[in-house]
Design a protein around this ligand. Structure first.
Ligand code: ADP
Ligand code: NI
Length: 194
C-alpha cells in the first residue's frame, strides 16, 4: 500500500507541480492528510481513501480538458478492477457541483474524502486558494456586490456555508473554526475597504 501511495504522490507531483489555480500538488497532499486524519478510529479502506484524495482533482473540468482521464489511467495500471471502481466512484461524486445535481458519495470513504477536500477551501489556505483561483480566471477581488463572480462574493455564495455540508462531525468542527477565521478576515477586509 505504501509503495502505491508513494507512486500516486509522485504522479500528481509530476502533473500538478506548477498548477496555479489552487489545485496543485500541495492541495492534493493536504486533502490526503486531512482524509487520513478524518479516518482515525473509523473502519475504512485507507488505500481507497488515499488514492481518491491524491487523484481527486486531476480531471476536474475547471482545470483539465473535458476528455481528461489521468486518474483512471493511473488506477488501471496499478489497481485491481473492483478497487479502481471504488476510487473512481468517489472522485466522480465529490464535487460541489455534482452535489447540487443530487449526486452524493455513498461510501464512508467518499464522504471522508469530500470533507477533506472541502476543508482545504476554508481557513487561511482557503482564502489564499480563492484569490489564486479567481485571479487566475481574471475575476475581480471585490466589486461591492456579493452576487457577482468576484473572490469576495464567492465567500458568501459558497465558502462560508461549507460547514453545513460536512459529512463527519470531526470535519464540521474544524470547518466552523476555519469559517470563524474567515469572517474575521472579512471584517478587516471591509474596514480597510472603507
Ligand atoms: P476543489 O475542487 O479542490 O474542492 P474548487 O475546484 O471548487 O476546489 O475550487 C478551488 C478554489 O477556488 C475554491 O476553494 C474556491 O475558493 C475557488 N473557487 C472555485 N470556484 C469558484 C468560483 N466560481 N468563483 C470564485 N472562486 C471559486
Ligand atoms: Ni480539490
Amino acid at each position: 500500500m505504501e509503495k502505491l501511495v508513494k507512486k500516486a504522490k509522485d504522479y500528481v507531483k509530476q502533473l500538478r507541480d506548477e498548477e496555479p489555480t489552487g489545485h496543485d500538488f500541495h492541495h492534493a497532499l493536504r486533502v490526503y492528510n486531512n482524509a487520513l486524519y478524518l479516518s482515525v478510529g473509523k473502519d475504512v479502506d485507507l488505500l481507497v481513501i488515499s488514492l481518491a484524495a491524491l487523484l481527486h482533482d486531476l480531471d476536474d473540468p475547471k482545470i483539465s480538458s473535458k476528455d481528461s482521464h489521468l486518474a483512471e489511467d493511473f488506477l488501471k495500471q496499478n489497481l485491481e478492477e473492483k478497487k479502481q471502481r471504488e476510487v473512481m466512484d468517489i472522485i466522480e461524486s465529490i464535487s460541489f457541483t455534482k452535489q447540487k445535481h443530487g449526486v452524493y458519495p455513498e461510501s464512508l470513504e467518499g464522504k471522508i474524502v469530500q470533507d477533506a477536500d472541502r476543508l482545504d477551501a476554508l481557513g487561511a489556505i482557503g482564502i489564499a486558494r480563492c484569490f489564486a483561483y479567481t485571479g487566475n480566471k481574471q475575476k475581480l477581488i471585490y466589486n461591492e456586490s456579493i452576487d457577482d463572480d468576484s473572490a469576495i462574493a464567492h465567500f458568501y455564495q459558497k465558502l462560508l456555508n461549507l460547514d453545513i455540508y460536512m459529512n463527519t462531525t470531526e470535519a464540521k468542527i474544524i470547518a466552523e473554526n476555519r469559517i470563524k477565521y474567515m469572517k474575521n478576515f472579512l471584517e478587516v477586509f471591509f474596514n480597510e475597504w472603507r
